[in-house]
Design a protein around this ligand. Structure first.
Ligand code: AMP
Ligand code: MG
Length: 409
């Protein structure tokens, strides 16, 4: 068992266990938002499907319209119209024009369009006050070419990409099955909201903050409830829940006599590492139980969320072959002091906002038991080992509005 890892070493060890290949399933476009594409997709058709008009106006032969101006209009005979979706069947000859609308194919014979603003209709004729131009013709395949790959394996299906998949002609999409992530809370003192709170009891908040983070990262949260600090109960509950792609436990990984998660995994599983040089979340444990990776998250509500965000989320991204990184980094100017710690990377909770530049302020009480810092913060402020940050300093910040504020996937 390794111990006292750096944040980077711990992440590497976690990702090394993300070796599973999720199953692939097909879902209808309407159900695909937030899912992850399992294959590269090539366009099934050109878009536009033919050379078409980018404007409402008149399609005609450019050569007929050279020199047209308000003072010297050119008069063309109207031979028909081409609304979008109803192409004009005939051919445009010399001295002729077809009324055309945005998105309609350019009729044979025509090689330019005059915008309707530059024309005047006179019964069977149209007066052109400007010359026709080919620049308002969108060439076939200008946006999408049949056979070309525009969406890739691992792409998150965002609204724009759902629209793109539809434009490419796909009614259904191959996506990865959501990895099943078991969430088990430990602690004699932990009770479900709605139950009577005994003296010294605490409501099980970890199950629900983790459920949100798991879903937002593309996983299926499998709530396993809570177990008392008893090794047999813990082991039984976990074994009954298999198969899972990842197990999250919260609590029971510190130094106390009742910290049974570590005991059980040392005896019955395989502990990869315990303890990371970070705060919050220092007691984090990585193990395997029956071949399933297990993150033993510390019980404090902030520690559980921060460690899942820093390690569990990248694990799920790796399993799902996500093309985007699990989190971004940026720099912001610090507005309030942020305390660091000796030999540890500290992740403080901040409110990041743009005001002439990116600035970040503390959410207030930074205790890892104060969940409000996660509920109302929108960023983690990274304080390097052995440093304190003073107002005016620049800090590395991990903005995480989607994950921390929750996107309803
Ligand atoms: P532990 O890591 O088990 O030593 O727990 C650390 C702190 O987190 C203790 O104050 C626990 O009561 C609290 N805690 C543990 N599990 C949960 C939970 N599921 N929800 C809220 N608080 C918890
Ligand atoms: Mg405990």
């Amino acid at each position: 068992m390794r111990t006292n890892l750096s944040v980077e070493e711990a992440l590497e060890a976690v990702l090394a266990l993300a070796t599973g290949e999720p199953a692939v399933e097909e879902v209808a476009l309407r159900d695909a938002l937030g899912r992850v594409l399992a294959q590269d997709l090539a366009a099934l058709a050109d878009h536009p499907s033919a050379d078409d008009s980018a404007v409402d106006g008149y399609a005609c032969r450019v050569a007929d319209t050279l020199g047209a101006s308000p003072e010297a209009p050119v008069r063309l005979r109207l031979i028909g119209e081409a609304p979008a979706g109803r192409p004009f069947a005939g051919e445009v000859g010399p001295g002729e024009a077809v009324a055309i609308y945005t998105g309609a194919p350019i009729p044979r014979g025509a090689d330019g369009v005059v915008r309707v603003e530059d024309t005047r209709r006179e019964g069977e004729y149209v007066l052109l006050l400007a010359p026709a131009s080919p620049k308002d013709i969108r060439p076939q395949g200008d946006d999408l070419r049949r056979g070309e790959v525009y969406l890739r394996q691992g792409d998150l299906l965002t609204p724009g990409r759902l629209g793109l998949a539809a434009a490419m002609g796909y009614p259904r999409l191959p996506v990865y099955a959501r990895p099943r992530v078991g969430i088990l809370s430990t602690g004699d003192e932990v009770v479900e909201p709605g139950e009577a709170l005994p003296p010294g009891g605490v409501y099980n908040s970890n199950a629900y903050s983790l459920l949100g983070l798991v879903r937002e990262a593309g996983g299926e949260a499998v709530l396993l409830g809570k177990v008392d600090d008893r090794p047999e109960a813990l082991l039984r509950r976990l074994e009954e829940a298999l198969p899972l792609d990842l197990i999250l436990t919260s609590g029971g990984v510190s130094m106390g006599a009742y910290d049974v998660v570590r005991q059980v995994l040392e005896e019955r599983g395989e502990v990869v590492f315990w303890r990371v040089r970070q705060q919050p979340g220092g007691p984090l444990l990585l193990a395997r139980l029956g071949g399933v990776p297990l993150l033993g998250l510390p019980g404090n509500p902030v520690s559980a969320m921060v460690t899942f965000f820093l390690y569990g989320r990248p694990f799920l991204f790796r399993l799902l072959r996500r093309t985007e990184p699990p989190y971004l980094r940026m720099e912001a100017e610090v507005e309030t002091p942020f305390k660091g710690a000796k030999g540890k990377t500290v992740f403080r909770r901040g409110v990041l906002r743009y005001q002439g530049g990116w600035r970040v302020a503390s959410t207030g009480n930074q205790s890892s038991a104060v969940l409000r810092s996660m509920a109302f913060g929108n960023a983690l402020v990274v304080v390097p080992p052995d440093q304190d940050l003073s107002p005016g300093a620049w800090a590395e910040v991990i903005p995480a509005p989607m994950a921390l504020l929750g996107l309803p996937f």
